[in-house]
Design a protein around this ligand. Sequence first.
Ligand code: PEP
Ligand code: MG
Length: 595
Amino acid sequence: MEKSKGTPRRKKQKKLKGIPAAPGIVMGRAYVFGTETVSPPEIPVNAHEMAGEIEKFEDAITKTRKELLAIEKKISKEMGVEHGRIFNAHLMVLEDKVLHGQVISRMKKRKRNISFVFAEVLNSYIAALSSAKDEYLRDRSGDIADVGKRILKNLVGAQERSMENLGEKSIIIAYDLSPSDTAMMHKGRVLGFATDIGGRTSHTAIMAKSLEIPAVVGLENVTDMVSNGDFVILDGIHGMVLVNPSRQLIDKYQEEKEKYESIERDLGELRLLAGETLDGKKVGVAGNIELPEDVASVLSHGAQGIGLYRTEYFYMNRADLPSEEEQFNAYKSVVKRMYPNPVVIRTLDLGGDKFLSQLDVPREMNPFMGWRAIRFCLARPDIFRSQLRAMLRASVHGKIKIMYPMISGLSELREANKFLGEVKKELRKEKVPFDENIPVGAMIEVPAAAVMSDILAKEADFFSIGTNDLIQYSLAVDRVNEKIAYLYEPAHPGVLKLIKMVIDSGHREGIPVSLCGEMAGDISLTMVLLGLGLDEFSTSPIAVPEIKKVVRSIKFSDARKVAEKVLAFNTGEEVRNFAREKLYEFIPDLALELL
Ligand code: PEP
Ligand code: MG
């Protein structure tokens, strides 16, 4: 947008606020990911497919119009109407009837897919305008290229993208990154990333924490405000992105960065200490992992086990499904390294925002409420059985617990256990050893399962509360949608009551209850969860030292009082304010630094 003309001026400083996704402060050059020229594949289309192609084109135009109007409004509000006006020119390009007509008639003539034809027309426009003598026309070529890319992005949908041409040590700026894009990030080369869309508990954010790559998501227009090569400060603690900052600001953030890193170093000293309150109540503080490589981070942060191993990443970024043998080897290596601490391995939780390229799973309107997790596994016994076999076989090499995701009721738990029983029988017959007493637990992340946790507790060996999903389902707030992120409130009294219900049900049946959603890493709520009787926190390894610090600085009896008090509050805001106040009261140094 900023077109430099004549003598170079210092670029305009911009401050953008988003949602903090992974902590840390980094500074460096921006690499705008996914804005390279999109080259759609050339696909022949026949006469009866043309109406569908035209419809796709019209949908892409409508979507682009909506995006541009929203950006125009936001920029006019934040930076003044003259900046917003830039988008008027873009809107004019978008409405250009000649361009539309040319694209459609060319598609009919060339009998090729609309995205391919559109890219051809677009490129010919850009080429003609950028070589024009008239300066006004030359300037228009930039507008056409910007709008064209946007239309193409909406026309082609998710692009095959790669981080291969990434320059050394960059901050990635993208409209969106899928969890599998993030899994491919190389910590040495990616300093941090910022995206237009996304929420705090999206799997992209969770993956960033796992890789310890600072990240800010849900910035709405970061791809419009940052250009390739801009100098950027990314503050993943407060969710800020500063573009072309002044020297003063760079110095200030350098100080903040050093302060944050020194707190983290101090907290590292808790590595070998247990999670135990001042009055002797033992609490588990475990880590969540996505990939076997994450075990190193679990160990270095002093987690007392793995409370959630999200196995689906093993199935991603590859062309085939992993064999039983491959899975067995991965699980075996994880549990051996963690021994004598336990590892909770979750069966495949495909779906929601995690998709596998090698399985032809149709797109859905509501993927988080669709064919995912245990539902998918029960429908694909071939995949489910091979994973269960691998887990059972690995169980003799350490301490494994099996956990099913998204259990919505007793029948599902029983059906999953039926498969497990069959697989066990098979292994016995084959004389393959496994842990006959392997604990089998249910994730409680569907509100109905929380409400009937008293029944489920009779047939499960443990519970783990998946608050990332439990909150999105109980509050009806999509966890990856930045527009409604303000409603995503773990401290909502409705959520706390469900959590209490699950803990109480588990304890009545004598089974332990863990919590493995991102809420477990939110130190302002540690005291509340502890007071509700939670037995184990399982969170991104980077949050483990902070949780231990809180647990070790308070008495269980005080935590109980805090929990009792907040259960009587009517809003999430009241709960959060009170919980923060208490954290300041009991652990002022930590609260001051981290909240
Ligand atoms: C959860 O839902 O809280 C959870 C831990 O599982 P996931 O984030 O993988 O859906
Ligand atoms: Mg979940």
